[in-house]
Design a protein around this ligand. Sequence first.
Ligand SMILES: [Zn+2]
Length: 131
Amino acid sequence: MAECLISELNNLFSKDSQSFVILYDIACSFHAHVMNSNCAIHTIKSKLNWGVSIFHAYAHSVKCQLKYHPRIQEDIGLTDGESLERIWSYLGKFVLNTKHMRPAHRLDILSLAIQHISQKMIYDLGNLILY
Ligand SMILES: [Zn+2]
């Protein structure tokens, strides 16, 4: 699945000058997998930079943290790689209301919720920068 997502991203941003930072709970293991020539995305390995998302980084070995901790990765600023965790946490509020819905209805509600939180995050971005 992760390989498919990265492959699709590479199709969207296919220029050699375009690269990706993959912040993932097990980026170290996934990086090793991608370095295997049998991996489906091995051919784009030079476009990929790897980091372990910050809340998971401390569960990895010191050697791993020295290579993959987001605070030592270049060009990613203070990104922590935990955005999806925040979205999952937000969507957890909808479990009781959506668990008995048909899948299409559940998808509608969750899509609207994601649109709402995205707009709120964009709206609040100015306040984050200001303070
Ligand atoms: Zn690791």
